[in-house]
Design a protein around this ligand. Structure first.
Ligand code: PMP
Length: 287
């Protein structure tokens, strides 16, 4: 069923309310002017992976958009746990969202109420390891990630996702699973909802996260690699360098660690490093 016609409970401004009652008015600043930030998290066996890091990023994203989420990190963590329990879910996706309300309907909105909601639903891992090891195919997006002087690129801001949706739709129309986006200087950046890594001679190479979302999964993968003695190089990567890489994978809360077989004309063979990190990530989230 559509997301507004399901059963269960949604945490809405401090209380759990029946799922279908979690509504907002059409004259909400968040809808008209994109003053909204969100998170995407996963619970594994009843425990949200890196819950505190997600709550911290949620608050930071709001601050970048010039508003404050009216709950502490501890309150947000407890609210997420309560939402899971109320819905009897242990393996699920968790979506906190905050937005400016309806007090002011113009660009300036200093006096708006900040609303916060948390929903959770079943969203299983997309692939088992054998299907996954075949690798997905990615298109190259037409849009690039904006210059940090043009948009609040470090925030997980809803408004930044309009170019992701356009790019993902175009990729799917053209037969690809997703699109790789370049940054404003033409360097490899990230996918529409995941970060990207390459493997060359056993070492990991990934773009510096200074103009796109520095994923919590990205940072986890870097730690897992280092703990396994795999060298990690964060650097500028130009698209034509992709012809020199052996393996490629994308990672994010939703994608977890997913190998890539093709990006446009570039081909990769999912291999030992991808497999080690898929297994390492699976262990970490269940620890
Ligand atoms: N980039 C974008 C654009 C995303 O939407 C996501 C998913 N939140 C990521 C990267 C990966 O972030 P994380 O690992 O924190 O889920």
């Amino acid at each position: 069923p559509p997301f507004d016609q399901r059963d269960g409970f949604i945490w809405f401004n401090g209380a759990l309310v029946p799922w279908r009652d979690a509504k907002l008015h059409v004259l909400s600043h968040g809808l008209h002017y994109g003053s909204s930030v969100f998170e995407g998290e996963r619970a594994y066996a009843g425990k949200i992976f890196k819950s505190r890091e997600h709550s911290e990023r949620f608050k930071r994203s709001a601050e970048i958009l010039d508003f404050q989420i009216p709950y502490t990190v501890e309150e947000l963590d407890a609210a997420k746990d309560a939402t899971l329990k109320a819905n009897n879910l242990v393996n699920s996706y968790v979506r906190p969202i905050a937005w400016r309300g309806s007090e002011m309907m113009a660009v300036a909105a200093q006096n708006s109420t900040i609303h916060v909601a948390i929903a959770t639903w079943d969203w299983p891992s997309m692939f088992d390891i054998n299907t996954k090891m075949k690798g997905v195919k990615l298109d190259l997006a037409e849009y690039c990630r904006p210059d940090p002087r043009t948009a609040p690129s470090m925030a997980k801001a809803a408004g930044l996702y309009m170019i992701c949706t356009i790019s993902k739709h175009r990729a799917e129309r053209r037969g690809y699973a997703d699109a790789l986006m370049l940054d404003w200087q033409g360097r490899v950046a990230e996918c529409t909802g995941a970060n990207v890594f390459f493997v060359k001679d056993g070492a990991l190479h990934t773009p510096i996260a200074d103009c796109f979302l520095d994923g919590i999964t990205r940072r986890t993968v870097i730690d897992l690699a280092k703990a396994r003695g795999i060298e990690v190089v964060e650097r500028r990567i130009m698209p034509d360098e992709m012809s020199t890489f052996d393996e490629c994978f994308i990672c994010g809360t939703g994608a977890e660690v997913t190998p890539v077989a093709e990006i446009a004309q570039y081909k990769f063979t999912p291999g030992a490093v991808s497999r080690a990190l898929i297994e390492g990530y699976d262990k970490a989230v269940h620890a």
